[in-house]
Design a protein around this ligand. Structure first.
Ligand code: MG
Length: 363
């Protein structure tokens, strides 16, 4: 039987790679719907090639796709807050989620995980670190600690001054991963790791103090877990998003699919690990702090960071301003402890407006 899938964000980086995976898997999937953001031309090409039952462009139509019970699984691969409401709709309709959208958990992790439990829905992470942890965990009650790896991005061994004077091109030159612009800047500031800590907290139900970060420049060990008895299980693989995407959409089965060659320890030769430098990358600390506050604190973190990243990409602010602005917004934000979805969206909107105002004053 073919597995029926829809892709939210099929024209984005993860969406395009997911279609490559599906193509390689041959007749394993039937595509119910493809939803793209703005790129109508690409969406049309994808529709011609993959024959979905229907397509949609923009936010309209996402609710329809996510209430379509034909779907066995929906890959939520759009970026930004547009992923949140459709994900909740899919969960309420009992449809499993392959989750590549960070904001869904960073903004509303408590609500999303509670609903998933209530409706018996699997949330399978696509993010390589969480996908790794998902693969390592056999009995979660015996796990003491999650260890998330970070490549360290393009500024790992550069000075703070280099970082302060970084150009957009330098920030976008990620040494290991080929990703969208926003997430690549987040990887340069290490905010991406901060958001991943928050994701991991929600996905696996671990306290922030039991989630560690280790820098691992080769990006071969995608993350690890430590059991009570000191045993550490890690997941390794070449740094390609095809692998976690395939894992998430075919779970619990595995197929050859996208595999191109066998993993070779001797070819990789060495794996390095080091402590993250939280003085140089203070975003990670900020993420721990806001994560521990919970409620709308992480909504604020996410919104202020995203607006600042966009301003950086437009040349309006410097790379380090992203942190400074985000920190300021977080310290001024009055946290709502158990927010409703509406309160989450209101906070998001309010923080974005305030952040833009700060940016206007810098320009
Ligand atoms: Mg990741």
């Amino acid at each position: 039987m073919k597995r029926k899938i829809s892709i939210i964000g099929s024209t984005g980086s993860i969406g395009r790679q997911a279609l490559e995976v599906i193509e390689r898997l041959g007749d394993k999937f039937e595509i119910i719907a493809l939803a793209g953001g703005h790129n109508a031309e690409l969406l049309n090409k994808q529709a011609e090639k993959f024959n979905p039952h229907y397509t949609c462009l923009g936010e309209e139509g996402l609710e329809r796709i996510c209430s379509d019970k034909e779907n066995d699984i929906i890959l939520v691969a759009c970026s930004g807050k547009v992923g949140l409401k459709p994900t909740l709709t899919a969960i309420k309709n009992g449809i499993d989620i392959a989750l590549a959208n960070k904001e869904t958990l960073v903004m509303a992790g408590d609500i999303v995980m509670r609903e998933a439990k209530k409706y018996g829905v699997n949330i399978i992470p696509v993010d390589s670190e969480h996908c790794a942890i998902h693969q390592c965990i056999k009995d979660i009650s015996q796990v003491d600690k999650l260890i998330i790896t970070a490549s360290g991005g393009p500024f790992l061994h550069k000075s703070v001054d280099d970082m302060k004077n970084a150009t957009v091109e330098q920030a976008l030159a990620h040494p290991r991963w080929n990703m969208g612009k926003k997430i690549t800047v987040d990887s340069a500031t290490l905010m991406n790791k901060g958001l991943e800590i928050i994701e991991a907290h929600h996905l696996f139900g671990f306290d922030y103090d039991d989630i560690d970060v280790v820098v691992h420049p080769q990006s071969i060990v995608h993350s690890a877990i430590e059991y009570k008895d000191g045993s550490v299980i890690a997941q390794l693989g070449l740094p390609s998003m095809h692998i976690p995407i395939q894992y998430a959409i075919t779970y619990p089965e595995r197929f050859e699919g996208i595999k191109s060659k066998s993993f070779s320890f001797s070819e990789i030769a060495r794996l390095d690990f080091e402590k993250p430098d939280y003085e140089k990358f203070p975003t990670v600390k900020l993420a721990y702090e806001t994560g521990k506050l919970g409620g709308t604190a992480t909504v604020c973190l996410n919104a202020a960071n995203e607006e600042s990243v966009l301003a950086f990409l437009e040349g309006k602010i410097k790379l380090y301003d992203i942190y400074e602005i985000t920190k300021k917004m977080c310290s001024e934000h009055k946290v709502i402890k158990n927010p409703t979805i509406d309160e989450i969206f209101e906070t998001d909107k309010e923080i974005r407006e305030k952040t833009k105002e700060i940016i206007r004053n810098i320009e």
